[in-house]
Design a binder for this molecule. Structure first.
Ligand SMILES: Nc1ncnc2c1ncn2[C@@H]1O[C@H](COP(=O)(O)OP(=O)(O)OP(=O)(O)O)[C@@H](O)[C@H]1O
Ligand SMILES: [Mg+2]
Length: 458
């Protein structure tokens, strides 16, 4: 049967509350429908009809279930069965059982099975309404909680890794992300410093506020101060209006200072002053402005060395370094290159509408042995190139431009060299043991069959 009522328009703030009344008494159906008018009420006259309605529609918030359903209105068996089935189908639905001519004990059993509450028949529509209101509130709270859980960020979101080293870093991120501490990220180029900086922001209570990144190495020294701290109109030639710096833009959020090792010394002093006072002055201005930022910094340089050379302020180093995270190079993360390659392949398949299914054996081997001087960024670029260039279903080492022949050759040679050495040792051992194979094998610490294979017998 089609409903004649117009489809409810779902909006975010005002969701309609849907109630299913499972009741075989037609008079009661009518009366209840009327009493519960603010809700969208559907009715079902039997267990099967109820299940049909529940499977067809989007989940009901509340089901009011008469325990005494046909064929045997005087026993609760059909009702209890329906209860089990409803909770199986839509566990989030709140079921209120109604019991009249069946024993109250069954209502208690129903609640034990997971019903939200029970009401006695004859139904008092006021009481029922209060119970339904409560059930709906509970339902909403539970949904909200579920969404919060689903949406609550974890470091691992968007971070691909399988290695133990990165798993440890993810744990550190989860711990320090929500705390208002300065974090310094140290790692080679392309290791994912910016990815981590963003993860820290996402994990913090500041995540609805701006994340502002600035690369200290890419901006000429004379412009960097104004970029960071802003300037007043007329502060210098070309300063035609007051401009906010990155600090002000990041107010209440996170400021990511990339390549902090390249920050000129005078600016280091100004940054230190800001970190002590949490106030700044724009270039050419006198007004002192309070800014609330969480600082995340990154560098691929050895700051200790810069400090020793007098190029980085030691006091600043300690200020920006509440927590220091050292990112391992990709070649040190066992298993990650292959995982990341797979991940990037999926992404680029989508971007370029390709259907490449994976990597050949030689490509996987090449991914694992390549030293990755450009780390994850290099890997990403190679996979991108390969996806664009690949002519086959699977990406080869050649597609990745990872000298398949070179690594393969070196491997083979190594194995050959080893075999030669082994054979020489075996021969010597045999000579030392006067030709006694058992003794010779013992001398080399290998089994007899293994020894045979070493001297080239089978
Ligand atoms: N663990 C990871 N999972 C998924 N993608 C990653 C991961 N690490 C890095 N990437 C990707 O690799 C690229 C390089 O990462 P990112 O820019 O964070 O590196 P970086 O350390 O800041 O490099 P640089 O020092 O050159 O600035 C980006 O495209 C980033 O999305
Ligand atoms: Mg970077």
């Amino acid at each position: 049967m089609k409903k004649t009522a117009p489809e409810p328009v779902a909006t975010v703030q005002q969701e309609e509350h849907r109630v299913l009344l499972v009741e075989d008494d037609v008079g009661l159906q009518k009366q209840m429908r009327w009493a519960l008018s603010p809700y969208i009420v559907d009715v079902a006259g039997s267990r099967l009809e109820a299940l049909d309605k529940i499977s067809a529609a989007k989940p009901y918030h509340v089901v009011v279930l008469d325990l005494g359903l046909p064929p045997d209105e005087n026993s609760a068996s059909e009702g209890l069965k329906a209860l089990d089935e409803i909770l199986n189908l839509t566990p989030q639905t709140k079921v209120i059982v109604a019991s009249g001519n069946v024993e109250r004990a069954n209502a208690v059993r129903a609640v034990a099975k997971g019903a939200f509450d029970f009401v006695a028949k004859p139904l008092d529509s006021e009481v029922l309404k209060i119970i339904i209101d409560r059930a709906i509130r509970m339902h909403e709270l539970e949904e909200e909680n579920k969404q919060l859980r689903e949406h609550s960020a974890r470091a691992t979101d968007g971070l691909v890794y399988g290695s133990e080293k990165m798993a440890q870093i993810a744990q550190v991120l989860d711990r320090v992300g929500p705390m208002d501490v300065s974090v310094m990220l140290i790692g080679e180029t392309g290791t994912g410093k910016e990815v981590l900086a963003r993860a820290l922001h996402r994990l913090s209570p500041r995540n609805t506020q701006p994340f502002v990144a600035i690369n200290c190495a890419s901006i000429p020294e004379n412009l960097l101060e104004s970029e960071l701290f802003g300037h007043e109109k007329g502060a210098f030639t070309g300063a035609i209006k007051r401009t906010h710096g990155k600090f002000e833009m990041a107010d209440n959020g996170t400021l990511f200072l990339d390549e902090i090792g390249d920050m000129p010394l005078p600016l280091q002093s100004k940054l230190l002053r800001f970190l002590q006072e949490r106030r700044l002055e724009r270039v050419g201005g006198r007004e002192s402005i309070t800014v609330n930022v969480r600082l995340v910094t990154a560098t691929n340089q050895k700051l200790e060395k810069l400090i020793a050379e007098g190029r980085f302020r030691e006091d600043l180093y300690y200020r920006i370094n509440d927590v220091r995270i050292d990112l391992p190079a990709l070649r040190e993360r066992e298993g990650d290159p292959v995982l990341l390659a797979q991940y990037f392949l999926n992404g680029f398949n989508k971007t370029y509408s390709k259907h490449i299914s994976g990597f050949t054996e030689d490509a996987l081997a090449a991914l694992s042995v390549h030293p990755w001087p450009g780390n994850v960024r290099e890997l990403e670029n190679r996979v991108k190139r390969a996806v664009i260039m690949a002519e086959n279903k699977r990406i080869t080492a050649q597609d990745l431009d990872l000298g398949d022949i070179k690594t393969g050759d070196r491997d083979l040679n190594l194995r050959k060299e080893l075999a030669k050495v082994e054979k020489r040792l075996a021969t010597e051992a045999l000579a030392l043991s006067d030709g006694n194979i058992s003794k010779a094998a013992k001398l080399l610490g290998v089994s007899r069959p293994h020894f045979y294979s070493l001297i080239g017998h089978s």
